[in-house]
Design a protein around this ligand. Structure first.
Ligand code: ADP
Ligand code: MG
Length: 763
């Protein structure tokens, strides 16, 4: 009997090896979840003469000629394979970039007919498809179907006569027709599959049954049936995620937590009395919700989202003090060392005498201590911090990933606050929470507004609060795109503007995408030693949020290296900003130098800070009013929004200049124009989600996303996710282990296991 668990080698012969190697497909189920990207329809193929730019098309055509272009060794995408195809009505180029794609010339030989799918682009006036999916139709009758090892070798043109043609992504070793053949072969022998989703859910939601959907995904009778099959299988993905989350919620609701009720005469109250400003209504309301949740005997799980500068730290600090008042400790987890240091400094400053327990001048009443712990601290300071955490002398412990490490222990950890959540995965949250004998309360903060679908999936185990307003008197930020190619003079005006602001006693940031110390490579990831800071991960030195060297651009790409911190600082020192006090800041500086740069900048001993994105999150120097972002097109929308949030924090309006050499109309330029056009973070988050790939939406740290969510789109499937969430809550209510639905329980368990496996692989 052949089921989804049957190993492929017994079914498709020696082709199984190639499928495993290329895509990790080992079982029948793996193979059948290798879905086609499109269904090409022979009758409705697009006429080559009528192609419109940016349109997604599928064309049936014959290969006319093949050539390689570009030179090897000039950037990894400069060499390319250009295949010209024609349909008698016109011609079109297929372009495959990179040496690793040259193998395709072996398949795409003149005379071969195939179906090609992709988005229509243009290069030097010619229409092209960059990296199209394709399937070649071989009609030479040379296959030998009797030989099982040859089953995958040929696609007969007649096999698809008049039918829909599934278009699968291919690789060097798994040729386009192999996958299709393997799947058709497998479907022919597969026994009918039981449906894990209960009938009543299926009927209520009008879904195809599982067996039909699985088959129709590859061999549909019509485009409509294919869409229904996709819908059904996407539903399964959404339901799986939502059930896993429902189980998490149920498990944590069963968890006991220590109640940390407020104390009328505690530090929290003393802190409120000391505050130099009025809390905004939002800060008060959310504060009350959090306070009540901390007082309960089940762990709080709350996500606090709020615009850059909306005052999340104060909200968190008040929660931390309530916990300390009640005899517990609070840990604050920051994504970068710079931010951890700054939090420690500013929290100590805000607490004043309340943070000086055991020191001269401490108040008679309650006081505590703040400990800072990061990966690259000198040993004595580290030991002291570890001791303060373990003994309970420090009520508040602030740190980076180092806090998650095994040897850090707490006397009584009552609350975990995670700042700038998007950089931490669920498992990291858990690792820290596991440091408490009973599950602590959890508050997660993010300044990147989270679209609803992402909130429901990635953060689906958290309740959400939103700080909608900014504190009164906040100034807007004026953002301008500076296109250096069209307006070469504008950048000089920008530097001039910095000089003027500095003359008025203000300060400025200059942000570059790279460090430029010759180490701008993957090695930078471990910049902070044993416990790599996520910061270096996000320095776009390594992984630009956007690599727009898409095929269309590359043909004309200029080889100008991007701006880097070290040479830009040098250039400014001796040029446009000569005479001003400049300092540099980036992830590879030793800890104390980083700290000094920030302290000196905050104390106005530095006029201009030239840095990487280490200043992206949370850095708070209200006197800084100008920011120049060089090669701004290398950064993502949310990242730019975060970055510019560093200026305009005081009583003076902020200015942000986005410097770019991206041309008018390019995707990069459109992104920058969008950022310049609005200060509304939610609007930008929506745009961001639309523009990025799914995996990026979920974030690298959000494990499992790539392998388990194949069809589900956080962009398009809001309705479906909402519906699946409802059904999941209902199914899990009263039966969180899904004992009444064993097939479903197994599916969810597999999904959770896959996520964990992926996490472990990365760790
Ligand atoms: P974010 O939400 O971006 O983390 P912060 O907590 O860093 O924002 O707050 C930004 C700045 O606003 C800080 O200097 C903070 O002290 C100040 N702030 C916070 N709440 C208020 C308020 N209610 N009124 C005035 N200033 C505030
Ligand atoms: Mg903050």
């Amino acid at each position: 009997m052949i089921t989804l668990e049957t190993r492929l080698d017994g079914v498709v012969g020696s082709g199984a090896k190639a499928l495993d190697k290329a895509f990790g497909l080992r079982t029948v189920g793996d193979l059948l979840r290798h879905y086609p990207r499109r269904m090409a329809e022979r009758g409705e193929l697009t006429d080559l003469a009528a192609l419109r730019l940016d349109e997604d098309v599928t064309v049936l055509a014959e290969v006319k000629s093949v050539r390689t272009a570009g030179q090897p060794g000039r950037g990894h995408t400069s060499q390319r394979l250009v295949v010209t195809v024609g349909d008698g009505n016109g011609t079109l180029d297929l372009v495959f970039f990179g040496r690793r794609n040259l193998w395709r010339a072996k398949d795409l030989v003149a005379g071969m007919r195939g179906v090609f799918s992709g988005k229509v682009g243009e290069f030097r006036g010619r229409r092209q498809l960059a990296h199209p999916d394709y399937i070649l139709l071989r009609g030479d009758g040379s296959s030998n179907a009797a030989d099982p090892d040859r089953v995958l070798d040929r696609l007969e043109a007649d096999d698809y006569a008049g039918k829909l043609i599934p278009v699968y992504p291919a690789t060097k070793d798994v040729r386009p027709w192999m996958i299709g053949n393997a799947i058709r072969h497998v479907l022919a022998v597969l026994d009918p599959q039981p449906d894990p989703v209960p009938d009543e859910v299926r009927l209520r939601r009008g879904l195809l049954d599982f067996d039909t959907a699985l088959r129709a995904m590859h061999e549909p009778d019509s485009q409509q049936q294919w869409r229904d099959a996709r819908q059904r299988l996407a539903w399964d993905e959404a339901l799986g995620v939502q059930l896993a989350l429902a189980q998490r919620r149920a498990a944590s609701a069963r968890n006991p937590a220590t109640a940390r009720p407020p104390h009328a005469a505690g530090m929290a109250a003393a802190f409120d009395a000391r505050l130099p400003f009025e809390l905004t209504a939002g800060q008060q309301d959310i504060g009350a919700v959090i306070s009540a949740e901390l007082a309960r005997e089940h762990p709080m799980h709350r996500l606090l989202q709020g615009e850059v500068g909306s005052g999340k730290t104060v909200v968190a600090l008040r929660a931390m003090l309530q916990v300390v008042d009640a005899g517990g400790q609070a840990a604050l987890l920051a994504p970068t060392e710079v931010l951890a240091q700054q939090h420690a400094r500013s929290i100590e400053l805000m607490l004043g005498p309340l943070a000086r327990a055991g020191q001269l001048g401490a108040p008679d009443g309650a006081a505590t201590r703040v400990a800072l712990l990061t990966g690259s601290m000198p040993t004595p300071a580290r030991k002291a911090a570890l001791l303060d955490a373990a003994s309970g002398a420090a009520g508040i412990v602030i740190g980076t990933h180092a806090l998650i490490q095994e040897h850090v222990s707490f006397a009584d950890l009552g609350l975990v606050v995670v700042d700038e959540q998007h950089r931490f995965g669920v498992e990291q949250r858990d690792a820290l929470r596991n440091k408490a004998s009973r599950p602590p309360h959890l508050l997660v903060m993010t300044a990147t507004p989270i679209p609803r679908t992402v909130a429901m999936t990635v953060f689906g185990d958290l309740e959400t609060s939103t700080l909608a307003e900014l504190p009164a008197g906040r100034q807007p930020i004026a953002t301008t795109v500076v296109p250096v190619i069209e307006r070469p003079g504008w950048l000089d005006r920008g530097w001039q503007r910095i000089r003027e602001e500095v003359e008025h006693g203000h300060q400025a940031y200059v942000v570059c995408p790279r460090i430029g110390d010759g180490t701008d490579s993957g090695a930078d990831r471990a910049a902070d030693g044993a416990a790599p800071e996520v910061e270096s991960d996000l320095d776009s030195d390594l992984a630009p949020a956007y690599d727009d060297s898409t095929p269309e651009d590359t043909g004309a790409s200029v080889a100008r290296p991007s701006y880097d911190v070290i040479s830009t600082a040098e250039m400014l020192r001796t040029g446009a900003l000569a005479g001003l006090r400049l300092a540099t800041l980036h992830g590879r500086l030793p800890t104390d130098e980083k700290e000094h740069a920030m302290i000196d900048f905050a104390a106005r001993r530095i006029d201009v800070l030239v840095s990487t994105t280490v200043i992206e999150v949370g850095v708070d120097v209200p006197n800084a009013v100008v920011m120049v972002v060089l090669d701004a097109d290398r950064f993502g929308i949310s990242q730019l929004h975060q970055l510019r949030g560093r200026v305009g924090r005081g009583d003076r309006a902020g200015i942000c200049l986005l410097v770019t050499s991206a041309g008018v109309g390019s995707p990069a330029r459109e992104r920058l124009d969008a950022v310049a056009a609005t200060n509304d973070g939610f609007e930008l988050a929506r745009l961001d989600v639309e523009q990025r790939r799914e995996g990026d939406v979920l974030g690298v740290a959000q494990s499992g996303a790539r392998s388990t969510l194949r069809l589900l789109s956080l962009r398009r499937d809001e309705e479906l996710i909402t519906a699946a969430r409802e059904e999941a809550s209902e199914l899990a209510a009263g039966d969180p282990d899904l004992t009444r639905h064993p097939l479903l329980a197994r599916q969810v368990a597999e999904l959770v296991a896959a996520e964990q496996a992926e996490y472990l692989e990365k760790a």
